[in-house]
Design a binder for this molecule. Sequence first.
Ligand SMILES: Cc1cc2nc3c(=O)[nH]c(=O)nc-3n(C[C@H](O)[C@H](O)[C@H](O)COP(=O)(O)O)c2cc1C
Length: 201
Amino acid sequence: MSLIKNNIKIEKNPFDLLEKWYKKAKKNEISNPNAMALSTVGPFNKPRTRMVLMKEIKENGIIFYTNSNSRKGNHINDNKNVSINFYWKSIDRQVLISGKIKKISSQESDKYFLTRNRKSQIGAWASKQSQKLKSKSNLKTKFDEIDKKYKGKEIPRPKYWNGYCVYPDSFEFWLQGEGRLHDRVEYKIKSGQWTTKLLYP
Ligand SMILES: Cc1cc2nc3c(=O)[nH]c(=O)nc-3n(C[C@H](O)[C@H](O)[C@H](O)COP(=O)(O)O)c2cc1C
């Protein structure tokens, strides 16, 4: 009976499976297939989740960029445990990842910052991400000031705007199944080796 078939084709390395699913998501999602929910842990062990954009899947980590002075930046400073969730509606799949986070090198962040469009570069300078904003016009004034300051010049990366890499120690690949018999495959790393097991849905 087809219902008992596990439809997730298990790869030895979870990054290969993530790449495979992401490729499929890119073909099917209407927008932002790289959007992921990022959870961090704040003061009093209170978790908080928000969306960020994954910018690169590396051999052993997942990269996104943000303002290090933001709320999430402060959380990350104090607690390196984070989790990520990708949910791709169009292909009925989610991937849950947990691991430790680390700032990437400033050279790597510089390199990526240069590829951003000018408005996003100005935005990174103009926004004190997660701090109290009195009025939207304050932000607009700041934006215009920066725009003027760098007219005809290359905009450097603000030191507080950085890339972060999440180094996973576990993955769960979830694929929607018929009759709620979803497929779940969990990967965990043990002594540098990835092990897998199936989970009940
Ligand atoms: C689809 C989507 C993608 C986003 N991507 C990013 C991102 O890559 N980096 C970022 O700093 N904020 C991103 N944001 C905004 C964050 O969700 C959040 O509002 C902001 O980073 C402040 O979060 P914090 O106060 O928890 O630090 C994105 C929001 C959405 C809806």
